[in-house]
Design a protein around this ligand. Sequence first.
Ligand code: SF4
Length: 380
Amino acid sequence: MPFGRPGGHVINLLGLDAAGLAALFANLGEKPFRGKQVSHWVHQRLVGDVEAMTDLSRALRAKLAAVAAVRGPVVVSDTTAADGTRKWLLDVGAGNAVEMVYIPEDDRGTLCISSQAGCALDCAFCSTGKQGFSRNLTTAEIVGQLWHANRALLADGISAPWVDQGRAPITNVVLMGMGEPLANYDSVVSALGTFLDDNAYGLSRRRVTLSTSGLVPAIDRLREACPVALAISLHAGNDPLRDRLVPINRKYPLAQLLAACLRYLDRAPRDFVTFEYVMLDGVNDTTDHAHELAALVRDIPCKFNLIPWNPFPGAAFRTSPRARILAFQKVLMDRGFVTTVRKTRGDDIDAACGQLAGRVQDRTKRHIRMRVAAAATTAH
Ligand code: SF4
């Protein structure tokens, strides 16, 4: 059975946020604080079995186990690259798989997670989009990624300064894997609640980043509901080009998107928005494009993350030459924008977003309708 999908009447505890746990125990005729106790067991002690929750009475454990369980992901593959980047491919049923990637750095451990199996938004350069949309992940499937990564890293004896200080292996979460998170709004916001909950993972809003292609009404909703750090997949500095690369732009053009970014910054945990910009040879990567981009966002507190595009079989794009990426970066930095170039991580395991799942699905011929105009990279 795919992870997170309750079998019969069994509730997956990974899918219940604080309110959900409180409701569960109310239904069982128990005090609400039991929810916090169980949250500690599941998300902090990372147990996978109700029987292990030893500060619940035996009778209560039996009562809970009759209706609920902890169901983590089914791992299809688990690969670690030479640079320590680790990638898991997770079965979500019906032949679909999603991926998550752990990226270790000196002072943090970041997990890039998925929010949908496939994606309907069909960005021209993205392999996930070319696979089409299968379904939204449930809250349990989204939270289960963080739960599993922490467990797996601890089980393997991860060595990191923050772990030695008693913190969990994963210190930062980015929703930049497969799917458009804001197209799966309710499940994503519920999962964010668990990520931030002090009785669960206790991450600060600054350490959780949601990346969106620009669903403007949902950005406004998120600002009210759970304003975590915001990243925007921008990729173009004018509407005609962005219409082509990121088709959702036809519905929410740049002026609307940038206005939403400004509104979001009122509540955001950081005082800037991150703009992601995939570098496509001869498409969006000239210094003229950089000047246009700088002018477009001149009134928005922001940083840029330039992403060298990752080639993919059948792709219609090429990666920008390194010199052109650096020239593009220089224009933005000379105009006062902090601009980083994303390091390529885990090359030997296809850790760039979308790649591994795309490859598996190619092999199984489940996504023959792929209209390969392009390929992998910054799937949100
Ligand atoms: S870049 Fe993001 S929104 Fe666009 S198709 Fe890929 S996963 Fe979907």
